[in-house]
Design a binder for this molecule. Sequence first.
Ligand SMILES: NC(=O)c1ccc[n+]([C@@H]2O[C@H](COP(=O)([O-])OP(=O)(O)OC[C@H]3O[C@@H](n4cnc5c(N)ncnc54)[C@H](OP(=O)(O)O)[C@@H]3O)[C@@H](O)[C@H]2O)c1
Length: 315
Amino acid sequence: MNNKIKIIIGGLLIIVVIGIIFVKSLDNEENINLKKVERKDFDMNNKIVMLNNGYEMPIIGLGTWQLNGEVAENSVYEAIKNGYRLIDTAYWYGNEENVGRAVRKAIDEGLIKRDEIFITTKLPPYGFSDYEKAIDECNERLGLDYIDLMMVHQSGSDEKKLYKAIENKIKEGIVKTLGISNYYTKEDFIDITKDATIMPAVIQNENHIYYNNKEFQDYVSEYGIIIESYYPLGGRGHTNESLNNEVINDIKSNYQKTSAQVILRWHLQSGFIVIPGSSNKEHIKENIDVFDFELTSEEMNKINNLNTKKRYENW
Ligand SMILES: NC(=O)c1ccc[n+]([C@@H]2O[C@H](COP(=O)([O-])OP(=O)(O)OC[C@H]3O[C@@H](n4cnc5c(N)ncnc54)[C@H](OP(=O)(O)O)[C@@H]3O)[C@@H](O)[C@H]2O)c1
């Protein structure tokens, strides 16, 4: 082979390599506008985790779906009295005003300060002409000066517009943290974050002993994102299946704990934030009493193996 041919082949090889690098750089995942960071471990003593934006979030909270009016108000107040510092609501739940009223009552009585409680709300990505205004309205209904975590409630036609509006409200200081909900695949995650300038800190998904998000958790962990479990006890109408599960019953007999406590502890030890819903004073008290025992790795594995990979919901 003479030198001329060698130079041509060498040149072609360089062009191919540059081409491969260029095509790879166009790949969504590589092109993601957001940097990878380490996910922090849960601080079980203080019941908090440091999010990827530097804010601390409580790892256990009260869910308020289907709690209306005074029931929502009393449950939130009861939760705060029992040490809860995270409350989950949403525009769709129709109880933002009640949640806000209960929190203000607790603040007025000196039980907590505003910066000691973490409020999450969510907006659907359709049905609004102006999403920044819709966020302001959530903030007004809550009446707590700012929203700790605002989520895109699920995928939908205006998801990018809503995402952008949340980013803008973070810049204004009305919202502190951005989250998304009901996103279960790498593809959907890449799609919604394609034009993002702020990484979601939390993804709230259906997540329980029969459908766990562990694989997805491994992926989003690269961005420091925490999965927050909704339906942690299986959700209304399905809690018996979880609470009466044989494996759970066996494990609870090793501790003086209830099925709900064993399941909630499994979520926490798995690195999932939990927000069990309840309007029952005893349950509210019971559900946060999960920091004085620890499941063994064998028990954790037994619960992990209950995964059927089937969700109850399809939204
Ligand atoms: N992002 C989303 O799309 C989405 C969807 C659904 C839910 N969520 C959020 O996630 C939260 C949790 O989900 P969820 O409330 O639907 O389901 P869940 O927490 O799995 O289950 C709630 C049910 O469990 C019962 N319960 C609670 N503690 C118990 C205990 N210690 N022993 C026995 N039963 C107990 C409650 O009844 P009692 O009232 O009698 O205690 C209620 O019927 C919601 O409240 C909401 O904030 C988000």
